[in-house]
Write a protein that binds this ligand. Structure first.
Ligand code: TYD
Length: 138
């Protein structure tokens, strides 16, 4: 069984869309095997976004992601990494088709409702970054 990490971002929290977003994941057949609420520190964000830390948009992104507590969760199921990315739609919400989570609820390329791991290696690293082994009920 594959696992992926999702973060319900500050805009998802502010718009009270956590239930709607989780509902899509659950209706697609995926199980929540870990879940917590936390405020992302600068240190965590530098780690999580290490691959884009040199981009000009990083400071604004880090400020947004740390602007209020978020919900971090691990989802489990067959092909969950790719399927959850499909359910989200492309990074830029303005280009995401209606029917995708970002297309229906997102604002733009930064304010886009939900993060999801983009591959097997990143999923494993991200789950480890946010959860202790005993917090994952897989
Ligand atoms: P990326 O890994 O390219 O997208 P995804 O979230 O779909 O995996 O980018 C990570 C995050 O960086 C993205 O969710 C929002 C932010 N971002 C910006 O703020 N501006 C940008 O131009 C891009 C490409 C990303």
């Amino acid at each position: 069984m594959e696992k992926t990490l999702v973060i319900l971002k500050p805009d998802c929290m502010e718009k009270r869309l956590c239930g709607a977003v989780m509902d899509r994941f659950q209706k697609a057949g995926f199980d929540i095997v870990a879940c917590k609420m936390m405020r992302l520190t600068d240190e965590l964000l530098r780690d999580h976004y290490a691959h884009i830390a040199d981009k000009p948009f990083f400071p604004a992104l880090a400020e947004f992601m740390g602007s209020r507590p978020v919900i971090v969760a691990v989802l489990q199921g067959q092909n969950v990494i790719a399927r959850v990315r499909e359910l989200l739609g492309p990074t830029d919400s303005t280009k995401a088709p209606k029917g995708t989570i970002r297309g229906d609820y997102g604002t733009d390329v930064s304010v886009n409702i939900c993060h999801a791991s983009d591959g097997t290696d990143s999923a494993a690293a991200e789950i480890k970054r946010f959860f202790k082994a005993e917090e994952v009920f897989a």
